[in-house]
Design a protein around this ligand. Sequence first.
Ligand SMILES: *[C@@H]1O[C@H](CO)[C@@H](O)[C@H](O)[C@H]1NC(C)=O
Ligand SMILES: *[C@@H]1O[C@H](CO)[C@@H](O)[C@H](O)[C@H]1NC(C)=O
Ligand SMILES: *[C@@H]1O[C@H](CO)[C@@H](O)[C@H](O)[C@H]1NC(C)=O
Ligand SMILES: *[C@@H]1O[C@H](CO)[C@@H](O)[C@H](O)[C@H]1NC(C)=O
Length: 461
Amino acid sequence: MIRSILPLGVALLGASRVLADAPTCSLAQKCPKEAPCCSQYGQCGVGAFCLGGCDPRMSNTLDACVPAPVCKDKTYTWDNNTFHDYYKDIGSYLGDSSKVDWVGQGEPIPFEGNVLLTMPEHSVGTVLATTTYMWYGSVKAKLKTSRDAGVVTAFILLSDVKDEIDYEFVGTELDTAQTNYYFQGIPNYDNSDNITKLSNTYDNFHEYEIQWTPDTITWLVDGKVGRVKKKSETYNATARQWNYPQTPSRVQISIWPGGLDTNAKGTIDWAGGPIDWNSQEIKNYGYYFATFGEIDVKCYNANSPPGTNKKTSYYFNDASATNNTVVDSDKPTVLKSFLGSGTDMNAGSSTASGSASQPSNSNVNTVPGGSSTPAQAPGGNSGSSSDSSSNGGDSSSSGNSGNSGGTSNSGSNSNCPSTGFSQSCGSSSTNPKNDGVRVVERSLGGSALAGIIGFAWLLLL
Ligand SMILES: *[C@@H]1O[C@H](CO)[C@@H](O)[C@H](O)[C@H]1NC(C)=O
Ligand SMILES: *[C@@H]1O[C@H](CO)[C@@H](O)[C@H](O)[C@H]1NC(C)=O
Ligand SMILES: *[C@@H]1O[C@H](CO)[C@@H](O)[C@H](O)[C@H]1NC(C)=O
Ligand SMILES: *[C@@H]1O[C@H](CO)[C@@H](O)[C@H](O)[C@H]1NC(C)=O
């Protein structure tokens, strides 16, 4: 369903707090020079805004976004002892995919060889994305979904120009995997289809697979083909292009609250109804959760483009962002600090020529949904999730993305910093089961909403 598109990502990362005057971006309105990178959610900034999800078409220049690490064959597992080595909050990751496998926001909890993506009371859930990009290939995930009305689990591929291939699971339909795809985020109601009659997806692990080639997308559950979509079926004669996902994409996994009462009615209905924060699930565990086991990525590994992963990074050389505009290159992918962007990778480092080591531009956002103050390099206690600095605020302006979740505005708790995700400032501290689990809260500034509305699909809700 269209309304589920922003799914994951957008819900979480998207519903970010931005400074009142933070610029927003869309195809029609590119980011300004001083905040050149357009995040996945349509806000401008530097640093993490220029990494995963940065949309070059909406950024100040095509090269404002940092080049994207190429596809890597890998079987991801969830060792609980080293979790904080291979997983980083987006507020403490600068682009080195050789060190970090996953970046995200929210409350992932490694548990018995799996990772629980959790959604504590009044939070917007959790999203994780790979640090490398698949340019065709296959990905499979063993997972158990969340359950209950308004709770959505997702496993998708999403490119920086919003090509997308989805599995989504609504918590009231535990025998169904909804599948979907998008070309550059253009909504189309005919793109979705269901794989049905699965044994209870909350109780049972199933293996969900996406096989993606330049010609065909195949969705398989437990090794059995559930749906096939051919590129040849997707030609748009008016636009003279294939409305087919074709650009390097991150694997994203998430849980998000489609049934928040602040969401559009269409979204709430699609998600199975309003979410209940007093559910048995919340009473038992302190959060809703989805359980992800092993995730296996196999690159397409073509000998010539499209679909190669021979060099270091992908970038786009043209704003049409079709697969013949993707370059498999030797460009570096790592920023020196959160003041950097694709056109100034060394900004903020003491050795960078022409730039002071002291941030001069503290009004520019550096982490979507996070701190507005320049964060420190990895290793420091930086970033959105750990930033408890009170960022004074406009939490009162929180709204919702109207679509993929957004804020729950429990931030009426004045102890909560108004920065996006924050630690233990929520209302569930009375829940014994919730000890040690950070409560995720996020407020969404009006300007963020405006930015997100820039995406056409929202207009269809
Ligand atoms: C963490 O991993 C160890 C083995 O490496 C295992 O014995 C333990 O049960 C795990 N703890 C959790 C909470 O999953
Ligand atoms: C998929 O299932 C959902 C929920 O039952 C339903 O609303 C939707 O119409 C179905 N989509 C298709 C294409 O059948
Ligand atoms: C085809 O492209 C045209 C022009 O961009 C657009 O208006 C139309 O909605 C597209 N059709 C579909 C089915 O996506
Ligand atoms: C991808 O690029 C190839 C070669 O440039 C082209 O033949 C193919 O049509 C493109 N695929 C799509 C989906 O546009």
